[in-house]
Design a binder for this molecule. Structure first.
Ligand SMILES: N[C@@H](CCC(=O)N[C@@H](CS)C(=O)NCC(=O)O)C(=O)O
Length: 191
């Protein structure tokens, strides 16, 4: 088997890549790492973050770069919208999920600031208000039917779903009930 993925279950960036591999019917060898021990990841990629994809001698780290590599190499055209505007928006959304949403969701669940320092009650309340604002934006953005940037699933949906699915898996609250469009979209992604 040529493809090898270094990852761990709780990692939303890894889930994004696992999901694309599954949806593209690409078989891969799974190297599940201990988040506390990055030695195998460092040895193969020269850095410590997961996911890392090895395809023979080609080693790619960073979930978005891995997606671009997979689409380019194995033809994931059906996950790209047809028109240029929607394609651009798709990559912008992917970046938003990686750089804004995932770090925010993590900080809320851990109750820490951007440097990882514990927040007081006022800080936690401000962070929750920020998360609510992001949910409201997504609620306005997503439609009652269809997907993020077109009528079919694109990489933007997969990135967002990977983030929210880790939340649902590890947080007792999951997606709050007062966001019906997000929940309906989530159900469409699940089925
Ligand atoms: N931008 C990277 C982020 C990857 C990332 O932060 N992965 C986390 C696990 S969910 C990690 O390995 N963190 C270890 C670290 O920050 O040293 C991507 O999209 O792959």
């Amino acid at each position: 088997m040529a493809l090898k993925l270094y990852h761990f279950e709780a990692c939303p960036y890894c889930e994004k890549v696992r999901s694309v591999l599954r949806r593209m019917d690409l078989r891969f060898e799974s190297v599940e790492i201990d988040p506390a021990d990055r030695s195998a990841v460092k040895a193969v990629s020269g850095q410590e973050k997961v996911p890392v994809l090895a395809d023979g001698d080609m080693v790619v780290h960073d979930s978005t770069r891995i997606l671009r590599y997979l689409v380019r190499t194995y033809g994931g055209g059906r996950f790209l919208p047809d028109d240029a505007h929607s394609r651009g928006l798709m990559w912008i959304l992917d970046d938003y999920v990686d750089e804004a949403l995932i770090p925010l969701v993590r900080r809320v669940s851990r109750g820490v600031d951007a440097e990882g320092k514990p927040l007081d009650d006022a800080g936690k309340a401000a962070l929750k208000a920020e998360a609510a604002h992001q949910y409201e934006s997504l609620e306005q953005f997503l439609s009652a039917d269809g997907f993020a940037v077109s009528s079919r699933v694109s990489l933007a949906d997969i990135a967002l779903y990977a983030c929210l699915s880790r939340l649902e898996l590890y947080s007792p609250r999951g997606i709050p009930a007062d966001y019906p469009k997000i929940r309906a979209w989530y159900t469409r992604m699940k089925t």
